[in-house]
Structures are given as C-alpha cells and as structure tokens.
Design a protein around this ligand. Structure first.
Ligand code: GDP
Length: 429
C-alpha cells in the first residue's frame, strides 16, 4: 500500500470504478482531500454505517472528522449544486463548511451552461456524445475560449454583474443559433449568483498553497480524480470523453502543484468493466450475463440513474491506464459481484484492423472493430464479502487477482468486497 505523502487516486477504466469508496477508506490516513477536475457529474456514492451519501462535487473526505476538502482550479464549479450538497452534508456533519475550500481560479459553472449542454446535445442528433447534461462541457469550452467567469471574479460585485450580463447576452445568441427555445434571464442570473457570492468568497483559497504548506508540514494529501482514464479528453476514447484531463497528469495541474510533488498514483478498477453512455466497449457481456451483473453490481449511474453497460475485465484498457497515469498501485473494487460465476474471462489483447493489438488504440475506428482475445479462469462459489485479509479470499480469487497484476504490470494494494467502509482488504507484501 501507499506510503507517499501525496497520493493521486484515478479511475482507470471508464469511470464509476468505486473511487468514492476507496477515497473514503484512504481518507482515514489523510489530512487533505482535493478534487482536481470535472464538475458535479462525478456522483460518488459512499456508505457510512446505514447512511448513504451521494457526493457530486465535495470530496468524500468530508465525511471524516477534521479532514480539509478542496476543490481545485481544474474543477468547473457549480455554486448552487455545491451549497445544496454542503447543506445536506451539514445536517449530519455540522462543521463541514469550516473544512471546505474552493480555488479562486476555478471556473464557475452556471445554469446557462446546462441550457447550452442540452441544446448542443439535441442538435447533434444521431451523433450524440451522451453527456450528463450538467453543463460540464460548455463550462470547459468557456474556460479554454477565455470567456469563463472564475470564482475570484466575484470579489468585485460590480464587475461580476457586468461579466454575468455579458455572458447572458452571448449565451442567448448561441442558444438561438442552436434553435433552442430557452433563454437566459440575465436579472435572475445576477440575483442568484449575488445570492451566494459572499458565502462562496469566504471559502475561497489558493489550493496549491494550502497543499504545499500541508506537505511541508508533514501532512498527507490525496488528489481525487473523477471519471476514468478512458474519459480523459486527451487519452480517452475521443470524442466519447469528458472535457478535462482525468488522468494523473491533470492532478497537479488541477490543484496548482507540480508533478514532482506527487508520490503515488493509485488506479481504481472494477474486477470487471463498465461504461455508461455511447462509445465502444470491446468486452461487453452478452445477455443474460449483462443484466445479471448489472443488477448484482447495482450498475446504474449515481447522478443520472442511467443503466451502465457491463463486460469482462479488459487488461488492454488497464495496461493503457497504467501507462498514461504512471500507476504505482491498483485498488480492485466489486470483487464480490463476481462471486458465483463458474468461469471468468479477461481480455488480454485485441484483434483489429487485420492484426493483433497489445496496446489500446488511439484510432476509434480500430477500437470499434476490436475483438478481444480472452483468457479463461475458474470462478469461485464462496462469498467474498466477509473477507478482510488476502488469506480470507478463495484460491480462485487469488489466481484471478494475481493474473490481473501480471497482465497490467501493476501490484494490487487494495481489494474491495462490498459497499461498506470495512469491506476492504489491504494487501500486504
Ligand atoms: P465512483 O464514482 O468511482 O465513486 O463510483 P460510483 O459511486 O458511481 O459507483 C460505485 C458504486 O459501487 C457505489 O454504489 C459503491 O457503494 C459501490 N461499491 C464500491 N465498492 C464496492 C464493492 O467492492 N462491492 C460492491 N458490491 N459495491 C461497491
């Protein structure tokens, strides 16, 4: 397991790997948890005792006493959703607001981004990307086009109002060009944003500075990724990707520290594969295994409720995730979902374009054509959900997990066998 002071946790498939649970487990030993990219589309589900928390923006570390939780500059920040979430958490965790910080450099995601998101997706017709409609893409577009509004821009109220009114005009022109019947009401926009302005400014910090000071003081920091490696805007299955760098390289960038400060990168993977939305999934299960695993694994989006597509573990994908993230350890989740299967398959490489591919292709056409080559291993009939040590797992599970290590080249540090915090195995070597 990780001994580093600054650890990045990244999804190493197509998202929903159970990062929330792993971050929650690791937060026991961590002082600061920071998000570095994405927006309110993250949707981590964390179970503490009998309480279930669905966290969209605030890092799950908030559920642990005394932890500081930060939202870095790389995040697109939805203030309304954020405060709604914070108020819900405060009902159970009264000091939550004192332990949250938001980068002044983070871009605001406002409701007009959601209008644009839906209008743009509707205009794509058959070429849909499958976005969650939460405005993440348009907010990043504004950022890169240098017309976004940042948290720090709210300091001067008069200037903030000007920026908001200018944005409303611009967005209305754009909505019209997309044939959308919706319009931004500038007065309402200004009223709403001004309504949260002071509360937000009190939470504003320089996340890079806070993290650097903490590391210098010997504290431990965890940088929490959202989505997964294959949804990275550069390294994912473009264009079926999210709009930010989800991979470890985005971590330092998205909170304001340099790459040399990062010690470990833990890749979270399910013991199988899932993906939500459009785009290729080479190891997709046939029916009825598809429905069986979906039900057993509760594979429905935490934010959208959309059913996830499920498939066998794809070692080509995770090998690639290891490469682009520089993974130092793996956390394998949902092993318990595979209990009772007679046979388990692992994709080791693809047949595509008339040849054999060991590496995940950058060309989507090749991926669409890819036929996985499978290796077959025996399953186990025992229930793994009570296992707390490596030795408690059945022999066939050891074989399966060891094979995942060999095929991906990354040691397994954690195995998760259920939704609860205590259902975790720290793999010791
Ligand atoms: P995240 O965004 O990567 O955190 O993933 P989600 O929260 O969307 O999905 C993870 C879901 O799987 C949550 O409902 C978790 O409670 C659940 N989960 C996490 N680890 C395990 C596990 O080891 N076994 C089972 N059965 N469920 C798990």
């Amino acid at each position: 397991m990780s001994n580093g002071s600054c650890v990045v946790i990244v999804g190493s498939q197509w998202g929903d790997e159970g990062k929330g649970k792993i971050v929650d487990v690791l937060a026991e030993e961590i002082d600061i948890v920071a998000r570095y990219q994405g927006g309110a589309n993250a949707g981590h589900t964390v179970h503490v005792g009998d309480d279930e928390f669905i966290l969209h923006q605030i890092p799950s570390g908030i559920l642990h006493p005394d932890r500081t939780c930060l939202l870095g500059n790389g995040v697109v920040f939805d203030p309304f959703q954020f405060f709604e979430e914070l108020d819900e958490i405060r009902a159970k965790v009264p000091d939550a607001e004192q332990r949250v910080g938001v980068s002044g450099r983070a871009h605001l995601l406002l409701y007009y981004h959601k209008l644009l998101d839906r209008a743009a997706e509707a205009s794509r017709g058959a070429g849909k990307i499958g976005t969650t409609g939460r405005g993440i893409g348009p907010a990043y577009e504004d950022k890169v086009a240098r017309q976004g509004i940042r948290v720090a821009d709210l300091r001067d109220a008069e200037r903030a109002e000007q920026l908001l009114r200018r944005a409303a005009e611009r967005i209305n022109r754009k909505l019209e060009s997309l044939d959308s019947a919706e319009k931004v009401d500038a007065d309402l926009l200004v009223r709403d944003v001004m309504g949260v302005r002071e509360r937000l400014l009190k939470l504003t910090v320089d996340t890079g500075r806070v993290i650097q000071d903490a590391l210098n003081a010997g504290k431990r920091v965890l940088l929490e990724g959202a989505q997964g490696a294959l949804l990275d805007v550069d390294h994912g299955t473009y264009p079926y990707v999210t709009s930010s760098n989800t991979t470890a390289g985005g971590a330092g960038l998205g909170v304001g520290i340099g790459p040399t400060m990062i010690d470990d990168v833990v890749g979270v993977v399910k013991a199988y594969t899932t993906r939500v939305g459009e785009g290729p999934l080479p190891t997709e299960f046939p029916s009825p295994l598809q429905e069986e695993i979906r039900e057993k694994g509760g594979e429905f989006g935490a934010t959208t409720g959309r059913p996830r597509r499920c498939g066998w573990f794809d070692a080509v994908v995770v090998r690639y995730a290891a490469l682009v993230n520089g993974l130092t350890g793996l956390a394998v989740t949902k092993l318990d979902v595979l209990d009772g299967l007679e046979e388990l398959k692992i994709a080791t490489r693809y047949q595509a374009g008339g040849g054999t591919l060991d590496d995940f292709p950058g060309d989507l056409a090749l991926l669409e054509d890819a036929k996985p080559e499978y290796e077959s291993l025996p399953g186990w009939s025992e229930k793994t959900s009570e296992a707390r040590r490596w030795e408690d797992l059945p022999e066939a599970a050891h074989r399966y997990l060891r094979r995942l290590e060999e095929l991906t080249g990354v040691p397994i540090w954690y195995v998760s066998v259920g939704t609860r915090r205590d259902q975790i195995i720290h793999v010791k070597r």
